[in-house]
Design a protein. Sequence first.
Length: 594
Amino acid sequence: MTTGHAGGTPGIPRQETDPRGEPPGGSWNATTRYMCAGAHLDEGFARAVVEELRHEAHRACAPSYGVDLRYVCLHAERALEEIRRRDLGVMGSVAVAFLLAPLTTVVYVYALKLTAAGAGRRRALPGVRAAQRGPDGRERLEREHPLQKLMGALGIRLLALFGISALTAGVPLPWFSPGTGGAFLVGAVFLVGGPWFFAWRQQESVWRAISRELVPGAAPARKADLPSDVDLPRSATGGDANLIVYSGYQPFVGAGAEVSSWSFAMRLRHKDHRPGEDREPEPCPIDSGDLVEHLRERLTRLGTGAEPADSVRGLEVSEKVFVHGEELLSETVLGRHAYWSERALAGRVPRGRPADHLEPERVAGTRGLIDGPVRHCLCAQVRSWDGDLVLSVFLQAAVNGATLYLQSNTLVLTPVREEYRQADNLTERQEAGSGGRLAVDALSASTVSLSAPLTRAVDVLTESSRLEKRRKRQREVIEHNRRYDFGARRSLRQMAASGNYRSFFQHVDASRTGKQIELQVFAALLDLLARHDLDTGELEERRNTILNNGIIMTGGSMSGSVAAGQGATALSGQASRPKTGASGGAAPGRQAAS
């Protein structure tokens, strides 16, 4: 803890490290570590990571703010490789059992598939759940020894296998007809023991990765071990993209859930001008470039502590350009060469993903665009709690003739899911007793691959050919469709978000920071108008309406007609539905219309 520094407000204590003792920021931070753990614990997430970073060849990669996806890709590929080995081992074991006792094998696998129909792919580390607190606030201690659980689970399986063997042993077979004991022995070895062994090895690899490499304070993987044979975009390696190619309706993909939005348009008039006067109003002295430059300069001062009255530590200000993915091949403002190089455009189908970075002069050239697929936004972003909470404010500012237009959208990227953070809960006691719990978990993990051994093994063996066929079909579609959607559809960081705040003060920080940025925006606008002798009365009214008279909801539900603000009216007869915010309920923000 320090008591102020250059660039901060003097006398105000600052937390220089994360509560877990990790330095804030950087490409290897707590959020990156959690997502690496999620790749080992959640097979579905691991497959999404590899699909997005390794297999996708044409669509843009959505931003994952504050995360270095190279580390996540490395751990996801390691996790899937262990799962492939498990699946192939289980398939071999089942194949031997089928040759020796086919009917028993078929009935047992089918029965196991029915019982495992609702089983998920997410797993908890051994013993972690027992260390969590219950509803009464007390820790739930595990009274049953893991070996007792193991014997109970094995007993149930062996008992079910014995019953199936007894029912199927009397069926005559042309090449092998064992009795009940023989069928049971074959099943116990190849249908219970074999899958359990291969799943145990896979579970041990998960435990080693998380308990040794992904615990707080662990060193990151070596740079030489990170994947280098995959073309990762700038935003995937901890950089910040200024060109976002999006898909669908939401341009701010990767920034989280929207919690607040407002917009207004106003006429820019000289302060001495009166409506109804015969003389022509003076030309507007400012344009979109002046407006954006002034807002950026003032917001940057807010982040560096140069603003005398206020400061937001960690505020990063940048300009971003948003383009819909369907417009890249026909868009004329930037041109397709802004998205692909000459070499990538040599064939009939563009090769590689669209670019995610533009030169500063190209970005400046998009300021003030008010129609068409290309839009410019000023982004003020704060990554706090070691990257676990990301607040983004996107401002679209433009001056068209003598009309000023401003659109603001505030989004919050919530902390990573709780199940991905299990490494932070590990204790020496849990590590010492991990062997027995791993054996128990391996028995349940074997159910995933044993319930569909043939399907999963075939998927592993045919993965390369399936990917090549899919890429060929994708190239054919692009060749015959000038409006192919190259936009990003999902952000891996947003996929890993929980949708909830972990702490009350995270909600407070997001709300406070968003308000500080809004106040600075209005202060900058008032100063700019006053500097050019423009009327500020209308802008002050707009500010008061948005900041003071907006509807603020922090939870619950609302029905019926509601009006707020001076002179506001409410019309009934049309139902409205509350927006889902970062906490899963009504959005804790404001919506103001001009």
